[in-house]
Design a protein around this ligand. Structure first.
Ligand SMILES: Cc1cc2nc3c(=O)[nH]c(=O)nc-3n(C[C@H](O)[C@H](O)[C@H](O)COP(=O)(O)OP(=O)(O)OC[C@H]3O[C@@H](n4cnc5c(N)ncnc54)[C@H](O)[C@@H]3O)c2cc1C
Length: 508
């Protein structure tokens, strides 16, 4: 058996959300007596500075880091998120929500929505959203946490956060540094490769210092200093399916109590986000440069704020896609250096945590461990392709006829993997698909139905039983959901109690 030299020193390059998430997690899960962590961040190169909405798995990450939820919400100006409201996506005036959690609970092992489809085919007009507690809470500006009692309607809940990503990174720094992470404030001028094996040997900083390491985590954002510039790993461009390549962002003054959901409003060349934090509202227009110029995009954004702009609009450019090998030799790319899917379903911060957790699960045996790297790259690739398909669905299944950008999206060829999912849903209302890791049946269901992809039939197992009994059960469930929602605290009341000075909640 060959015993390879183990990893003793990991160097994280970049101090944005990805860099500090890496430092906070790895300093908690890797043995400190055997492994050193250094983080290099440039005082001259800024962070992306947007990224305010998350999805429920972030609670798992915060737990793994050992974060107290009350302290975290105080530190990041956070609010709760129960889902995303999609305004005007199907056609102007149309609205639906992608709520977290699930609608109702499976009956006799058959998905709740299959019974609902059967009832609907028999003339039942109550929308599925009436059985989705997260959506009912969001509609009423209320919030509650999930119950671990499977009999409670609250067991169907799930939630995430909105927060100020800059404050989150700063907060994670206060956790990582006391755990021994060494922070170096400097700009990397050169990445030097070992001529023998092509691994990264060391970094040269602009002040002449040298930083050696066994393993390097590239968190340098879109620059991709190590994985792209030094190691030349190619970038797979997905913009033929997801053509948005620009964003303009501006914070605005808070004008009312924050709502517990993100709003995504379709616009002529893309869509606009609105995210309510406690100290301000985050806004941005994600758009396709072929269909609108920067000035028009900024004017559209500024005309659609619900409070006074707090700064000049900030422009960002990106190409949707991924690095097929985001782990190669002794480099792991995390965050924007590894790829970018636009923020429609708030997945980027999730991809950071997913990358770190999978990295820890396939921790390299030595500097160059291609077997573990291949496994890692395959796992990350599958998750990204799933999410890519999910995002394309939002754009493709539209009825905004006569709007050039939306016509283009409706008529484009979608990946075979998405075409198959849509065909399955149309044929039998099925939203359970292979490799469904992040977005699962309820998520696909919400967006497929929301975008008016209509099933012709439903799971034949839902044909069991008497229709009037099923209807009675549904009516009773609907009432319980409505009562549970009405009894829940208002979002802001819940938040105010949580963030009261000195209050602690324990790991999220
Ligand atoms: C328009 C838009 C909206 C978004 N919205 C969301 C959202 O709602 N939810 C979500 O989850 N995500 C969102 N994201 C993504 C999210 O912002 C990023 O995933 C996240 O901020 C991680 O960025 P990063 O740390 O990889 O890169 P960056 O923030 O760009 O950080 C790069 C770091 O690398 C350092 N660096 C670069 N070069 C060098 C060098 N030579 N030497 C030393 N240091 C260097 C910089 O100083 C900086 O610290 C959005 C992104 C965009 C573009």
């Amino acid at each position: 058996m060959i015993v390879a030299a183990p990893i003793r020193h990991i160097v994280i390059v970049g101090g944005g959300t990805a860099g500090w998430m890496a430092a906070a997690l790895l300093s908690n899960v890797l043995p400190p007596d055997r492994l050193r962590l250094t983080l290099v961040e440039s005082p001259d190169i800024g962070t992306v500075g947007v990224g305010e909405a998350t999805i429920p798995p972030i609670q798992f990450f915060n737990r793994a880091v050992g974060i107290d939820e009350a302290e975290f919400m105080r530190a990041t100006e956070g609010t709760f998120k129960l889902g995303i409201a999609f305004q005007d996506w199907v056609r102007p005036g149309h609205r639906y929500m992608h709520p977290f959690g699930q609608p109702g609970q499976a009956i006799k092992g058959v998905s709740f929505h299959a019974w609902w489809l059967r009832l609907r085919a028999a003339g039942y007009t109550v929308p599925l959203s009436d059985f989705w507690l997260a959506e009912k809470l969001a509609d009423e500006g209320r919030f509650d946490t999930p119950s671990s009692d499977a009999r409670s309607p609250k067991s169907t809940l799930a939630y995430a956060y909105h927060f100020d990503a800059g404050l989150y990174a700063a907060y994670l720094r206060t956790i990582a540094e006391p755990r021994g992470v060494m922070r170096v404030e400097a700009t990397v001028a050169e990445v030097v490769l070992d001529p023998n094996d092509g691994t990264v040997s060391h970094l040269i900083l602009t002040d002449g210092r040298r930083i050696d390491g066994d393993y390097f985590i590239d968190c340098t954002g879109f620059r991709a200093l190590l994985i792209g510039q030094a190691l030349g790993r190619p970038y797979e461009d997905w913009s033929h399916w997801l053509p948005a390549n620009r964003a303009v962002a501006v914070p605005s003054a808070r004008t009312r109590d924050p709502v517990p959901f993100t709003t995504a409003t379709a616009r002529s060349a893309g869509w606009q986000w609105r995210i309510n934090l406690r100290h301000r509202t985050g806004n941005g227009y994600v758009y396709v440069a072929d269909h609108i110029d920067d000035d028009q995009a900024a004017a559209t954004l500024l005309a659609n704020l619900d409070g006074q702009a707090l700064s000049d609009p900030r422009f960002l450019r990106f190409t949707t896609g991924r690095r097929t090998q985001s782990r190669y030799k002794n480099v792991l790319a995390v965050g924007l250096s590894s790829g970018f899917l636009e923020p429609l379903e708030s997945t980027s911060i999730h991809f950071i945590q997913h990358a770190l957790i999978k990295f820890a699960a396939t921790f390299p045996l030595s500097k160059d461990d291609p077997l573990s790297a291949n496994l890692y790259n395959r796992m990350i690739g599958e998750e990204l392709e799933q999410v890519r398909d999910f995002l394309i669905l939002h754009y493709h299944a539209n009825q905004r006829v006569g709007d050039p950008f939306w016509d283009r999206m409706r008529h484009m060829d979608v990946p075979d993997s998405l075409a198959e999912k849509m065909a399955l849903f149309r044929a039998r209302g099925c939203a359970i698909f292979p490799s469904q890791t992040l977005f699962q049946e309820p998520n696909w269901l919400a967006v497929l139905l929301g975008q008016e992809v209509e099933p012709d039939s439903y799971d034949p197992l839902a044909d069991a039983g008497d229709l009037s009994d099923i209807r009675q059960g549904f009516d009773a469930t609907r009432q319980i959901i409505a009562q549970t929602a009405r009894a829940a605290p208002l979002h802001m009341d819940y938040l105010s109690r949580l963030i009261a000075p000195g209050n602690r909640r324990g790991a999220a």
